[in-house]
Design a protein around this ligand. Sequence first.
Ligand code: MG
Length: 468
Amino acid sequence: MKHIIQTIAIASVALIAAGRADAATPSRPNIVVILADDLGYGDLACYGHPSIRTPNLDRMAADGMRFTDFYVAAEVCTPSRAALMTGRLPIRSGMCGDKRRVLFPNSTGGLPATELTIARMLKECGYATGCVGKWHLGHHPQFLPTSHGFDSYFGIPYSNDMDRDTSVGPKGRAAFWAPKSEYWKPPFMRDAVVLERGPDQTQLTPRYTAEALKFIRAHKAKPFFLYFAHNFPHVPLFASEKFHGKSRRGLYGDVVEELDWSVGQVLDTLRAEGLAENTLVFFTSDNGPWLTFETHGGSAGPLRDGKGSTWEGGMREPGIAWWPGRIKPGVINHELASSLDLLPTFAALAGATLPRNLLLDGVDMSPLLFGTGPGKRDTMFYYRGTQLFAVRKGSFKAHFITRSGYDKEPPAPHDPPLLFDLGSDPGERFDVAKDHPGVLADIAKEVERHRATVTPVPSQLEEAVKQN
Ligand code: MG
């Protein structure tokens, strides 16, 4: 009896404390960003893929909001991730380059300390912040997640095809067609410490998932931000035994189906812990499919080209937002949104005050998410390295320069620009520039306004030391 009374007393104190906390601070949601690597616009069943099974992402989309026109801010990993994490185009942070398009193991640069990240912003608001998976914004201590506002980090700090050990396995691309983990020796880290080199890549997705679930359970009592960035389906492809050989879409399908399982684990855990109604989950990918890897690369669906290019397939991505009870199930059709918009949106949700002089390229997408008004974004700038290749305004997209993602063709400048109506021609096949001189003039003005805000900074990607 005494024990029961004590329990009731403790429970009452806990409730009063919780009530006080609620009254003192507005309820701030947990935020989870799940990022795939090189997943194409057409790779999920809910985006039309005919043979890859993605029941968890399909359900997330059905219960949440699916964007038809969600963009990342670059066509390759490093600049895209920098833009997501800062709400700023990579041209402003120096996280882009024309000679080197991403960071490599011998790079010495990284995301400058002067950049405000989502993690630092939310940490200052009292959030617990965790990063699991691929970082690719600098692997030297001053650039790691733990130096950019994350309390913890667990993963490979760059791509899973880096640090190739050429003493084992076949040469060149042959190593990718039947990949073995021992061919690559990237570091696997906890916080700033390298735990191992060349981890068993068949276990990457399960290990990352276990870590993500552990983070959620450990921080359920206070608001948390989890940035869960998978290394896959970037090549080399690896799936665990449970998924290997199971899909109709070959190894690529196996890998995507395992990622889908992982998303299901996160959502199930949020539900089981009673956190679903207070957690925003956003799923997207860093850039389009790596088409030159044939069946080991994904699909951009009806969109043109893929990773590495500023055609739609390189930068338009699946985008799914989920928050039961807050986000009404639906599809955002043809309204623009971007990974650049995550930081300002999270700032609004967490009640963060942003520095006055911070020049953001993102806008708060809350009106779209919560159905309270039209979206605030009507333009999208498509950079390849430091060069502005294209601009979308409304339904129209003008290309000043075009170039395929990875073939050897030189860049093709266009004057007048090519113009496509992405509503009637999402595959960018039919140039309508001559029918719309007014649209081109309007886009030219947007470019002029935009360029006036850009101050050149040194490229962090072209800083490198020679490998010995
Ligand atoms: Mg990528």
